[in-house]
Design a protein around this ligand. Structure first.
Ligand SMILES: NC(=O)c1ccc[n+]([C@@H]2O[C@H](COP(=O)([O-])OP(=O)(O)OC[C@H]3O[C@@H](n4cnc5c(N)ncnc54)[C@H](OP(=O)(O)O)[C@@H]3O)[C@@H](O)[C@H]2O)c1
Length: 253
């Protein structure tokens, strides 16, 4: 399996997606990254990657809008061709996602549909739209959460939407194995980003409580997730597929 040359990272206007795009670029991968509302953040991610000596382009994508995926695939392949003369994607990182921290009595059908429609349905159909453009020997990484293994209050819908992602990742590893495509999920533990209103970054009491629940004694930084994803798609991991890699510093063991 050769070194990956091109990647698409969804939701890279900030947070774990930005860190993943940067980590891949540091490994010499040319990165197409997506944003939904955060155009300025996406520009900032591209600028940072270029300052670090890498190459990146930003494209708009709403993974809740599956009707737009065909057009997005055309835009993406056009951009890869024009910018890098590349006709295939080597790596697809499905990182874009949204959280919900409501207990049973507060979950509304609208919020349920938004979380499941983004994290599960959107991710699934984006893969369906992009797999024809993925090189044989390519890699798919689906970002899940440590919450599929342990419980935290108010996360039933969010965790279930990510458990679905882990489940279909296994099936896709089997379906796409004949093309040499590896499919794995990465399950981050609590990480300091805007996620959940920035609580893991900005609420010292919550951060301390979560830190005490990890073997390594702190919450994770975005770079620690990005570096793990970049390592997972490297040729050194060529025999690893259908795995769930938890990157949580040993949360709630
Ligand atoms: N941070 C954590 O503690 C943690 C732990 C476990 C798993 N995760 C997972 O890691 C992933 C990234 O989380 P994060 O912490 O980096 O979150 P974040 O800081 O809130 O960033 C979320 C990213 O997803 C994008 N996004 C949201 N909804 C989208 C949609 N419908 N279509 C396209 N893009 C969309 C956002 O784009 P715009 O800003 O452009 O709108 C943004 O780039 C998520 O899947 C999350 O579930 C996070």
């Amino acid at each position: 399996m050769s070194e990956p040359r091109t990647a698409l990272v969804t939701g890279a206007s900030r947070g774990l997606g930005r860190a993943t795009a940067r980590a891949l670029a540091r490994h010499g991968v040319r990165v197409a990254l997506t944003y939904r509302g955060g155009a300025d953040g996406a520009v900032e991610t591209v600028r940072t990657i270029e300052e670090e000596g890498g190459e990146a382009i930003a494209l708009r994508l709403d993974i809740g809008d599956i009707a737009g995926f065909e057009q997005f695939a055309e835009e993406m392949t056009g951009a890869l061709r024009t910018r890098w003369r590349a006709d295939r994607l080597d790596v697809l990182v499905n990182n874009a996602g949204v959280g919900l921290f409501d207990t049973l009595e507060d979950v509304t059908p609208r919020r349920f549909d938004e979380i499941v429609g983004t994290n599960f349905r959107g991710t699934y159909f984006l893969i369906q739209a992009l797999v024809p453009h993925l090189a044989d020997g390519g890699r798919i990484v689906n970002v899940s959460t440590s919450l599929t293994r342990h419980v935290s209050p108010g996360t039933s819908v969010y965790a279930a939407s990510k458990a679905a992602v882990e489940a279909f990742s296994l099936s896709l590893a089997e379906e796409l194995g004949p093309r040499g495509i590896r499919v794995n999920s990465v399950a981050p533990g609590p990480s300091a980003t805007d996620f959940n209103g920035g609580a893991m970054r900005d609420d010292p009491a919550l951060r301390d409580a979560l830190a005490q629940q990890t073997a390594l004694g702190r919450v994770g930084s975005p770079d620690e997730i990005g570096d793990a994803i970049a390592a997972l798609v490297s040729p050194d991991m060529r025999w690893v597929t259908a795995e769930r890699l938890e990157v949580s510093g040993g949360a709630l063991l």
